[in-house]
Design a protein around this ligand. Sequence first.
Ligand code: ZN
Ligand code: ZN
Length: 257
Amino acid sequence: MELKSLAERQPALAPAATLQIDLIESVRRVQGRLTTPWIESTTETLGARLSSGTPLLEFGQIPFDWNDVRLLIRQITDVLRRHEVIDATAANALHAVGRSATLPDVMRAWFEFEPSDDVEMLGEVLGWAARPYLQRTAEVLQQRISLAGWTRRTCPMCAAEPEFSVITMSGERQLVCGRCHVRWPFDPIACPFCGNDDRTRIKSMATPDGMYRVMICSPCGRYIKALDTRKATRPLLPYADVIATLPLDAAVMQSMG
Ligand SMILES: [Zn+2]
Ligand SMILES: [Zn+2]
């Protein structure tokens, strides 16, 4: 809904918003068929993992339905092809991965950040295909244990980097995982990619309405966008906010020359 109205309000964002809508719809069809994963670990075990800095989610716990994952890879590839994000050669390579007998190994390698075959957009496609399963498992784990004590740079569930952040009403910051969309607290100043916390070396920009901010880190050259809930009229919508803030990405690129 938000993406549809965004496309109407800001026609320049319409192509990205409609692509995002098509991707979400592919994923939503399998979401209704998901089974609830059975997590054997006790709350004590989960707590001990977190305090030792080990993310909670293990590949073997994620209840992938490989037939549905294959279907998702095919549909997501077709969406990207239809929107001309990839060419026919790349689409064929992605389809081949989806049909391959080794798909579970390819998915595990992706989940564990191991470099794999150089197929264009493979990480993105696997990310979309895995997300419903990752999210469901993360939801179940979150009902068992609080993430409030985890203040590291990567996701307490799946170890991925943040892709977005939220500034809360009290001015604290939460990072949002790029893979499973889980949120966790993080220093409001420091760079979540390199840890730099020298505020003279972090540049901040905001949209005119103040709803979105971006913090750009000089030492590592990376940046993270944020929804400032003190200025926003709604909570974070991860799928919509990454698209709504594309003009901010463009502004960052420009400022970096
Ligand atoms: Zn995650
Ligand atoms: Zn940095």
